[in-house]
Design a protein around this ligand. Structure first.
Ligand code: NAD
Length: 492
């Protein structure tokens, strides 16, 4: 079994805590590597290294162009290692290799994009209303940033944070999910090859409430970027508050995928399946509430059930597999619990509804693609995030009702609209309370466009030009060119 170490101050080390945990392959159900279960001493060492690297030495002395170049060189190394990283990530989180490979090939773009942005972070010269004064603004890095990631897309969601954080001149301590730490440690090894000065990138692994909490509370951490569930997000927000730390949170969703009667129904059926069954529904942007207009409801549901019923369940490494395992046992139990809740609430089960024996007799945990019809929006299955292959289908009569149902939920991460009527598309997308709206497509994201939640789906934005602001603070500098300081007792 492979044993990983912590990456602190440019070197590999065993955890000072002396504790380890095993990481399991969700397809086989077997442990394949040992990961450090770091503690407070490890956090102290990692944050101190990041703090020193931020304050002195090569990193703060690099000009922005050279810093950007370092990111772009790292992008090339990531691209060259995409296949290897993808295999490790699939072994750790069980997501389909075809998807993870695409994600790993895509990672480099974040480092190219933000590497290019590093020397375009421009301040302003406000036209000040006072005489003899030049006032200008500078956007400066914050310091040590704690980056905390979940298990469903560990490297992609790390790239969303690390690239803008580093481009802005910060240093980072990453805390990956306890279930999927291996690919992040491999990422750190590649960062070492890319020649980042020691201490700029550090990785501590272990449990959220232990090492994650201790990292968030550390006095020298100035910013926390977190992706995960609501409970973790709330704990992080609370732990960061006494230190007045910047916090960005990418949390869960209960996204509405709305199909109008004037949609291209073949495309919409595919879009509904992409929305919920891709990644076995373990996706923050899952379109887990499918809203169907009354007039097409029955015919659409029939086609959906028939197509989803054909999904090939199996080995995530096989290119033929469409639905892979559930990543963790905890998540598996949670999904089955929600299926039970939906049944007890009176939702009508029209597909699936249970676990599937692991293909090949392995020890992995699988859940059938599951569809509930006749769901009303006040049921828990319509309001709470399942994070699994469970779709709730709801009916609506007109546009007004569709918007009302879509917005009647605490979350606001994403939404889909299927219609061939451009005016309707514009009207509806403007009124949906969601950070991302897809029209006639679903589940697209890019390094160029902001991503984040409305309402309980989070705070702040990742990706695009906007995201770099999350890792910068503005300094206003006043140069006085006048004569004497007239009256020292009054404000100028
Ligand atoms: P999680 O909240 O359990 O864990 C996420 C990370 O936070 C892990 O690294 C965990 O160790 C850490 N953590 C947990 N409690 C912590 C604490 N008290 N202090 C510090 N760190 C803590 O989430 P998960 O189960 O790994 O991921 C699934 C959740 O993530 C879902 O709710 C999903 O919607 C959400 N998610 C959101 C996005 C997005 O961009 N909005 C993307 C992917 C996943």
């Amino acid at each position: 079994m492979k044993t990983y170490q912590l990456y602190i101050d440019g070197a590999w080390s065993d955890p000072r805590s002396g504790k380890w945990m095993e990481t399991v392959n969700p397809y086989t159900g077997e442990a394949w590597a040992r990961i450090p279960r770091a503690g407070n001493g490890d956090v102290d060492a990692a944050v101190e290294a990041a703090h020193n690297a931020f304050r002195q030495g090569e990193w703060p002395e690099l000009n922005a162009t050279r810093r950007g170049l370092r990111l772009r060189e790292f992008a090339e190394i990531l691209a060259a290692n995409a296949e290897r990283l993808a295999e490790i990530e699939v072994r750790d989180n069980g997501k389909l290799h075809v998807e993870v490979l695409n994600q790993c090939r895509y990672l480099a773009q974040w480092f190219h994009y933000y590497g290019g942005l590093a020397d375009k972070i421009e301040g302003a010269v406000p036209p000040i209303d006072k005489t003899d004064v030049l006032n200008l603004t500078r956007h400066e890095p914050l310091g040590v940033c704690a980056l905390i990631t979940p298990w469903n897309s560990p490297l992609l969601l790390l790239a969303w944070k690390a690239a803008p954080a580093l481009a802005a001149g910060n240093t980072i301590v990453v805390k990956p999910s306890e279930y999927t730490s291996a690919s992040t440690l491999e990422f750190a090894a590649l960062a070492g090859q890319a020649g980042f000065p020691r201490g700029v990138i550090n990785v501590v692994t272990g449990l959220g409430p232990e090492v994650g909490d201790s990292l968030v509370r550390h006095a020298s951490v100035r910013k926390v970027a977190f992706t995960g569930g609501e409970a973790g997000g709330a704990s992080v927000n609370t732990a960061a508050a006494p230190g007045f730390k910047r916090v960005s949170l990418e949390l869960g969703g209960k996204s509405a995928n709305i199909v109008f009667e004037d949609a291209d129904l073949d495309q919409a059926v595919n879009g509904a399946i992409t929305g919920i069954f891709a990644a076995s529904g373990q996706s923050c942007i899952a379109g887990s509430r499918l809203l169907l207009q009354e007039s097409i409801h029955d015919a659409f549901l029939e086609r959906l059930v028939s197509l989803a019923g054909e999904a090939r369940i199996g080995d995530p490494m096989s290119p033929d597999t469409q639905v892979g395992p559930i990543t963790t046992e905890l998540q598996y139990r949670k999904i089955l619990d929600y299926i039970g809740i939906a049944k007890s609430e009176g939702a009508r089960l029209v597909l699936g509804g249970g676990s599937v024996p692991a293909p090949g007799g392995n020890g992995g945990l699988f859940v059938e693609p599951t569809i509930f019809a006749d769901v009303s929006n006040d049921m828990r299955i319509a309001q709470e995030e399942v994070f699994g292959p469970v779709l709730s289908v709801l009916r609506f009569s007109d546009e007004e009702e569709a918007i009302a149902i879509a917005n009647d939920v605490n979350y606001g991460l994403a939404a889909g609209v299927w219609t061939e009527n451009m005016r309707r598309a514009i009207r509806v997308s403007e009124r949906l309370e969601a950070g991302t709206v897809w029209v006639n497509t679903y589940r697209s994201t890019s390094y160029t466009t902001p991503f984040g939640g409305y309402k309980a789906s989070g705070l702040g934005r990742e990706n695009g030009m906007e995201a770099i602001r999350e890792y910068l603070q503005t300094k206003s500098v006043w140069y006085y060119a006048g004569g004497d300081v007239a009256n020292p007792y009054t404000r100028r």
